[in-house]
Design a protein around this ligand. Sequence first.
Ligand SMILES: Cc1cc2nc3c(=O)[nH]c(=O)nc-3n(C[C@H](O)[C@H](O)[C@H](O)COP(=O)(O)O)c2cc1C
Ligand SMILES: Nc1ncnc2c1ncn2[C@@H]1O[C@H](COP(=O)(O)OP(=O)(O)OP(=O)(O)O)[C@@H](O)[C@H]1O
Ligand SMILES: [Mg+2]
Length: 503
Amino acid sequence: MEIDKAIGESDDKRLKTKYNNAIFVIRRALSLYSIEEVAFSFNGGKDSTVLLHLLRAGYFLHKKELTCSNGGISNFPVRTIYFESPSAFTEINSFTYDAAQTYDLQLDIIRQDFKSGLEALLKANPIRAIFLGVRIGDPTAVGQEQFSPSSPGWPPFMRVNPILDWSYRDVWAFLLTCKVKYCSLYDQGYTSIGSIHDTVPNALLSVNDTTSSSKEKLFKPAYLLSDGRLERAGRVKKNASLKNDADSDSHKHEVLLASVIAVGDEILSGTVEDQLGLCLCKKLTSVGWSVQQTSVIRNDIDSVSEEVDRQRSICDMVFIYGGVGPLHSDVTLAGVAKAFGVRLAPDEEFEEYLRHLISEQCTGDRNEMAQLPEGITELLHHEKLSVPLIKCRNVIVLAATNTEELEKEWECLTELTKLGGSTSLMELYASSRRLMTSLTDVEVAEPLTKLGLEFPDIYIGCYRKSRQGPIIICLKGKDNARIDSVVQALCKRFKEGVFVDMK
Ligand SMILES: Cc1cc2nc3c(=O)[nH]c(=O)nc-3n(C[C@H](O)[C@H](O)[C@H](O)COP(=O)(O)O)c2cc1C
Ligand SMILES: Nc1ncnc2c1ncn2[C@@H]1O[C@H](COP(=O)(O)OP(=O)(O)OP(=O)(O)O)[C@@H](O)[C@H]1O
Ligand SMILES: [Mg+2]
């Protein structure tokens, strides 16, 4: 059997392991269910193309064991289902049909949505298990195992995911090693294919060809994408940007709200002083965000998860630091995963970064630090960072342990995400003025409250440097004229010269 032979002859140990594990899952499924009870969900995508050939190999090995016969290329009796949609790429459609012909697939074309289509299919056939090319990292993989019953509300069947633990690179290693055909779109820079409405070539594969006279952009093939975490970068609606995430929250607030969480028993016991929170608040404010809350919590999974869960629903963006690393107390990522109800799963691309960083010190074959919240994590790469920043939906996990490291991460973060820019808080507070007075707080309290009501567009804040010392009044607003009106109104109520402008 040519697939089994190609893998057998390859010296890629990792690929062999992945292949053997996938074949094991397929053979277990074929032992548990009869051939009439299984189906293969095939859509011409790269993952399902891998699965097609694994199934052919798995079926061949299964049959060989049972009958000692020698199966050929056109011997694949597993029912194959394809949900055809009018918004599929023509290249995907034609590849699917061609593959069906080449490998003699019994193709069932379903022109309904997934759920209704499956309901009808299961009514008409004794199907109990369906093979899928879902991989960890796919949004739909969250919470799935290699054998996962269909979700509540779906018709009952077993989802069998033989390549759940395969990485983007494993997929390409397999397709290239086995020299099998794949959809032509992957040679044109597409790295993961949805519909014609939401998929474009991956910009990371774009070639700057100044010699070409053609206006059409050129792209490298999908297998050259060096970081598989970015395979979905060509899905147009899902671009990585903090602002997009905040915006997508249907503009709950006029101003973008941030929350800062420090994780550290040592901060709580007073052993170390938290400098990062202060630094982060200044930085966020300087780019126009409003920090709603800072909190310090224990190095404890439940404490982290409860706080993250609370803040992520109130704020547009949550920044969390501390407790990131391989120590027993480094539970921040586990807490974030728990807050989102997902598990920590090994992430090969992240592991690669860490391996470069700590290769000699690595013990064992699994790096615990390389586990990230499954299905919700985006790695934000920057050439100045040896390890990418971790973004889990609207939670940014910072690895910084001191202000110098934070400065660097912040700089990269703002470059990568356009975190700064024209946020509404900056427009709202484009002008500001600070006044100092030696009047007592009792004396200024009432006039300031009244002014707050009179000028609702002006932010009026106060603080004192000591109980008896001077009071500092901060005024912020859209323009200087409005702020000057507040100051005039305030001064009118007191003797001249009691308020001094501060730089
Ligand atoms: C054969 C098959 C079985 C599926 N079973 C489930 C399921 O049990 N639960 C579920 O939420 N979605 C299920 N889905 C839907 C997928 O999780 C996902 O929504 C679908 O592949 C669309 O992905 P897309 O939005 O990236 O196009 C199934 C899809 C297929 C093709
Ligand atoms: N329209 C469809 N018809 C049949 N199966 C489908 C369809 N869409 C998705 N699937 C199943 O879900 C799996 C995961 O889909 P996904 O889009 O992540 O992978 P893919 O299409 O194989 O590859 P790519 O990530 O490059 O698009 C597929 O491998 C296939 O088993
Ligand atoms: Mg796809």
